[in-house]
Design a protein around this ligand. Structure first.
Ligand code: GLC
Length: 421
């Protein structure tokens, strides 16, 4: 109670300050990728025009893992420098205490949002962030090359492996020495957790930590999935994939040097752009499965806007978040950045369908995306994920077999869990 009282007083003081000063300076931090900065700046310019406030973009490195470390430093220091944080979907439970509860502020609009997106940002009854955009990856493939070699779109990872190898070999033989079969995110960071969760789940190997908190990751199907992934390194995927993040993979695919790519939605608009060498030559499909009868698994991604408890201008920051996530701005982002929106209605927008066919096409994949165990493992998610991507990265690097690394991982996760998450 005391805490709430203090906060309300701070809020009132901050509001008075901004009223007397007229215009307010705000700062928003995000990890820009692709066209994010460009589109955000355009939207902020309109906000500035409408409100008279000024908003600065603080741009972060591409890796969500690096961003999160920096966010935690600022938040621990109660920094007043940042008003609005763009937070990865997995972050809410870990940093909830540092954010304003947005439930009341957005009570009038929250029902327009995709329910699962809202749910992912609710921590102990508090709305930590207003969902900005979602993510569900695709298998990008070179339609032209599949046609050229009479190959089908692969339904299983094993088919993908064989087709990638065949086309890569043939293209290299024909003089295209830079061609690779498959690129993905193999660096030791959160992106690898997403990729590996997809391989393992689609082999029937379960989750890193199950929704009920149990740890079943040390199983034969998970090992089989990792063994297959290990076989890609240095064959259909360059050795360098072990350092690839999203933009590295896109760079190779978009310049025409990969048959297949696993990537998030943002890559679609860029690869289809006028200046893209693969424009008109690629298509997307759901990620393959590990075995017949198993389901394709696409990790749920996305980024959401939270207002820092340490902001000196919470009211204006709340207004900014409302503005950035309004229909027009979400529609603009859907069209220009091919990021799946968080407002239900934007998926049915005729202009979006006409100008960005990926959005309505991908709605069912977004709806069925597989969350990471951030809710089940609460504050320990970051450590869980880090143990997981380390085990996977070691396996891909040839440092221990899948079986050995999964056994070690199981022991580490059990220790981390203790009596409960
Ligand atoms: C994308 C996803 C995010 C995920 C990250 C991993 O940005 O939206 O949820 O953690 O990729 O690299």
């Amino acid at each position: 109670m005391k805490h709430i009282g203090k906060f309300t007083a701070a809020l009132a003081a901050a509001t008075m300050l901004s009223l007397s000063a007229g215009a307010t300076d705000l700062a928003i931090v995000h990890g820009a990728i692709g066209k994010d900065n460009e589109v955000l700046r355009k939207e902020l310019d309109r906000f500035e025009e409408q409100t008279g406030h000024k908003v600065e973009i603080v741009s972060m490195p591409e890796s969500t893992t690096d961003q999160f470390s920096q966010y935690k430093l600022w938040l621990a220091a109660k920094s007043t420098d940042i008003d609005v944080y763009r937070i990865d979907v997995i972050g809410a439970a870990q940093i909830a205490d540092h954010f304003v509860d947005l439930k009341e502020a957005y009570a009038d609009i929250i029902d327009d949002y995709v329910p699962a997106a809202v749910e992912s940002q609710m921590v102990d009854g508090k709305l930590v962030a207003l969902p900005m955009f979602l993510g569900a990856p695709a298998l990008y493939y070179r339609k032209d090359l599949l046609d050229k070699y009479g190959e089908e779109v692969p339904a299983t990872w094993q088919e993908m492996t064989a087709t990638a190898q065949k086309i890569m070999d043939a293209e290299r033989e024909a003089g295209n020495g830079d061609m690779w079969g498959f690129v993905f995110q193999g660096a030791a960071y959160e992106g690898l957790t997403c990729n590996a969760q997809e391989w393992i789940a689609s082999f029937g190997g379960g989750r890193i930590v199950e929704a009920d908190g149990s740890i079943g990751i040390n199983n034969d199907k998970a090992a089989e999935a990792l063994d297959l992934a290990k076989s890609w390194i240095g064959t259909i995927a360059p050795e360098g994939v072990l350092n690839y993040k999203e933009e590295d993979a896109r760079g190779v695919f978009q310049s025409g040097n990969a048959v297949f790519m696993r990537n998030w939605n943002y890559a679609y608009a860029l690869a289809a752009g006028d200046d893209s060498p693969v424009k008109g030559k690629f298509a997307v499909t759901t990620l393959p499965v590990g075995a017949e009868g198993e389901k394709s698994a696409a990790t749920l991604g996305g980024w959401h806007l939270g207002v820092s408890k340490y902001s000196e201008h919470p009211e204006e920051a709340i207004e900014l978040v409302r503005f950035l996530n309004n229909y027009d701005n979400q529609k603009e982002r859907a069209i220009e950045t091919s990021r799946p929106p968080t407002l239900n209605a934007v998926y049915a927008d005729a202009d979006v369908a006409a100008e960005q066919e990926f959005i309505p096409l991908w709605k069912p994949v977004v709806d069925n995306a597989l969350p990471r165990p951030s809710a089940a493992t609460k504050r320990k998610y970051n450590e869980v994920s880090s143990e997981f991507w380390t085990a996977v990265h070691n396996t891909l690097s040839g440092d221990g077999s899948a079986k050995q690394n999964l056994a070690k991982l199981e022991a580490k996760l059990k220790r981390l869990k203790g009596n409960s998450w």
